[in-house]
Ligand binder design. Structure first.
Ligand SMILES: *[C@@H]1O[C@H](CO)[C@@H](O)[C@H](O)[C@H]1NC(C)=O
Ligand SMILES: *[C@@H]1O[C@H](CO)[C@@H](O)[C@H](O)[C@H]1NC(C)=O
Ligand SMILES: *[C@@H]1O[C@H](CO)[C@@H](O)[C@H](O)[C@H]1NC(C)=O
Length: 461
């Protein structure tokens, strides 16, 4: 985005928001995935070598995918992390001249505006979209150099569509897994997992979890597993590096929320649901206000913003959050924002990101690296992929999952509110960490290694 247009937009704020919305389809959202695997050491060493070697050249690491036919099988098409990430990969492959064909296994009966716009976006970028069932999909699977299945649930597609031909396709399947919740461990979904060319998982923790669970619960063995940490899209980095755009976004978002420029704004940006821990965050936030009062600390006023509401999806939980806010009389400090693809305006407006995913934590947590790119420190749960991203004490502060994490999180909120220097330094360190390892080109390099390995194995079959 040209600086000029940003300045113009200063007067035309709604127009600018629109511009951000339009570039941000891919820079979003919720339920971001993670990865991990076994055979970790040698693969990691390879990753390091490759990244060192390619950081000095301008060659696109995915160039070898030119003219390769890739079939992508998405479990569903929605604004959640999994499908959006697969779309991002589709575009990276289109950019180097791969032929990319996309099928969506689970399609709603009625017209869906989100699906329509995501499919249009893919068609614009030269991705072919096919019905998930039928001869064409089967033919493409047989002809493809590579088939990428996205999420565990996409396993349902294999038998349903390929039927007796499934064994011909398995040796060229790369299975990309972004989740670690119990209900994914169903034989029905993953029984072919041991026979595919490889599994790609977003964090080490998640890979380890899959390895354990498939063995203990299902008695099956994971195929070769590659841990591939994600990277930020170029679009997101463009905004993160544009100080004029950021300032304008910050002013306008704060104005629309009624938050002053020097107030401190803490945000939690995930689809609202118990697993993402918005309830425990609000408890901690309330506790931090009490701490500040007890200790008579002189601080700017603290606000919290919960981005990712969807009253229709999690009505009971959403009502519970609002009830808590009213009971504690903190309505003027807590702001709820509906689920949106455009997270950049919020990242530009806040002072601290809270990543409060519960249980086993986030698989990876893409919002975490996006926030770090915006120079924000992260207060995160010490679980899942978050511990692979956030360095406790350096780029943020970690607290335990569960109710026992509420008081530590409250203290961490007060710490970052009190120590401006610490907050800013952590943000800066986080952004350096992103530039070292969580950019789009890093992700491309990591994925390129996996795709090369899978192609090599597939060609030996
Ligand atoms: C996997 O199992 C090992 C040994 O049984 C255990 O130490 C480890 O914590 C488990 N990891 C996960 C992520 O469940
Ligand atoms: C947020 O979503 C609800 C429905 O879930 C809708 O009624 C409300 O108008 C939306 N708010 C904004 C600001 O768009
Ligand atoms: C994070 O570091 C703090 C000290 O800086 C320590 O008290 C806390 O236990 C650490 N948490 C984790 C999860 O490592």
């Amino acid at each position: 985005m040209a600086k000029h247009s940003v300045v113009m937009a200063k007067k035309k704020w709604p127009l600018m928001l629109l511009a951000f919305l339009s570039i941000s389809t891919v820079m979003v959202l919720f339920l971001r995935p993670n990865n991990s695997c076994n055979n970790i050491k040698s693969f990691e060493q390879q990753q390091q070598d490759q990244i060192l070697a390619s950081s000095t050249s301008s060659v696109n690491p995915l160039d070898f995918m030119k003219s390769k036919l890739v079939l992508m099988v998405s479990h569903e098409l929605s604004l959640s992390g999994g499908p959006l990430l697969l779309m991002e990969l589709a575009f990276l492959l289109r950019a180097v001249g791969s032929d990319v064909v996309w099928v969506t296994n689970q399609y709603p009966a009625e017209h869906d505006q989100v699906i329509y716009s995501l499919e249009s976006k893919m068609l614009d970028r030269g991705v072919q979209v096919l019905p998930a069932r039928g001869e064409k999909a089967v033919d493409t699977a047989l002809k493809a150099d590579l088939v990428i299945l996205n999420t565990a649930v996409a396993g349902k597609w294999l038998d349903a569509v390929l039927k007796e031909k499934v064994n011909l396709v398995l040796p060229k399947v790369l299975w990309w897994i972004h989740e670690m919740r119990g209900h994914y461990f169903k034989v029905e979904y993953v029984k072919h997992l041991p026979f595919v060319a490889g599994a790609m998982i977003d964090s080490h923790t998640t890979a380890q979890y899959w390895k354990n669970r498939t063995r203990e619960r299902l008695g099956i063995k994971m195929p070769e597993t590659y841990v591939v940490h994600l990277g930020n899209s170029k679009e997101l980095m463009d905004v993160a590096e544009d100080s004029v755009a950021k300032r304008v976004l910050r002013e306008h978002v704060r104005e629309s929320l009624g938050v002053r420029n020097d107030d401190l704004l803490f945000a939690i940006i995930n689809s609202v649901s118990r697993g993402k821990g918005q309830d425990l965050f609000l408890h901690a936030f309330h506790e931090s206000l009490q701490l500040i009062q007890e200790k008579k600390l002189k601080l700017p006023s603290l606000h919290a913003i919960v981005v990712g509401s969807d009253m229709n999806a999690q009505t009971k939980f959403e009502m519970e959050l609002r009830k808590f806010v009213i009971e504690k009389k903190i309505q003027d400090r807590i702001h709820f924002v509906n689920k949106t693809l455009a997270v950049a305006p919020y990242l530009a407006s806040i002072d601290v990101l809270v990543q409060n995913s519960q249980a086993r934590g986030e698989c990876f947590g893409r919002i975490t690296i996006e926030a770090m790119a915006f120079l924000l420190p992260v207060l995160g749960t010490a679980a899942g992929g978050t511990v692979e991203i956030v360095e406790n004490g350096t780029t943020g502060l970690l607290h335990p999952v569960g109710k026992v994490g509420v008081t530590p999180l409250a203290r961490n909120i007060v710490t970052l509110a009190t120590h401006v220097e610490k907050r800013l330094t952590m943000g800066k360190k986080g952004s350096e960490r992103v530039k070292d390892r969580f950019l789009e080109h890093h992700m491309s390099e990591r994925i390129a290694l996996v795709l090369k390995d899978v192609l090599r194995k597939a060609s030996h079959n």
